[in-house]
Write a protein that binds this ligand. Sequence first.
Ligand code: ZN
Length: 217
Amino acid sequence: MTATTFAAGVALRRAADLIHTDGLHTGDQFINRTTGAVDVAAAIYLMAEGGIPDAFYNDEVTSLAIIGASAPTMTAIRILSDSLPTPPSYTEIADGHEVPDYIEHVSNWATTTPVFGERPPTTSEVIGALLRAAQTADSRERRFGCTDANGFCLTCHGHGSLTTGTKEIPFEDLSLRRQQGYAAGHRFHRDITAPCPYCDGQDRATAAAEQAAESAA
Ligand SMILES: [Zn+2]
């Protein structure tokens, strides 16, 4: 068993405990500054990583970046996402290349009324889903050489995408402030992402990755 297996199952179970004691936050931001109630994705991050980023109280964009950059958190969130009755929405990260948005999926599921429902899930239902996902995390088997114990790609951690370098941002895409900087000789770059060559981002290893794993075994 790898550390990842342990972390995902334990993080999901402890997130359920945290929501039980501190409450489920369903409003703006990831933690309610007044009550201390936590969003479901934030609860998983707190248990997987420890420590409370200030951004969770007041900066949703930064919070999403912090959560998305944590591999153990994303492994656990993805297992929860997979266990929900609805599919995740997709975000385009490069021309013609979309990836599932797992953080948005679990947070939205826990806080909004489903299309054919009359109310959002209760706190007990959210805790129940976390505990079922924890069981799934505990029971998943290693699949191929390119995946971890949860079946997620070791290269991209199941996001299906990689940051491969940087590209200069065209002048016309720059903000006014940056266009002034451009005139002064500054150049600006953005990270560019590419599809992961070892998986399709949906728990299916590519044929080349499977062959490499088999020949290495
Ligand atoms: Zn991958």
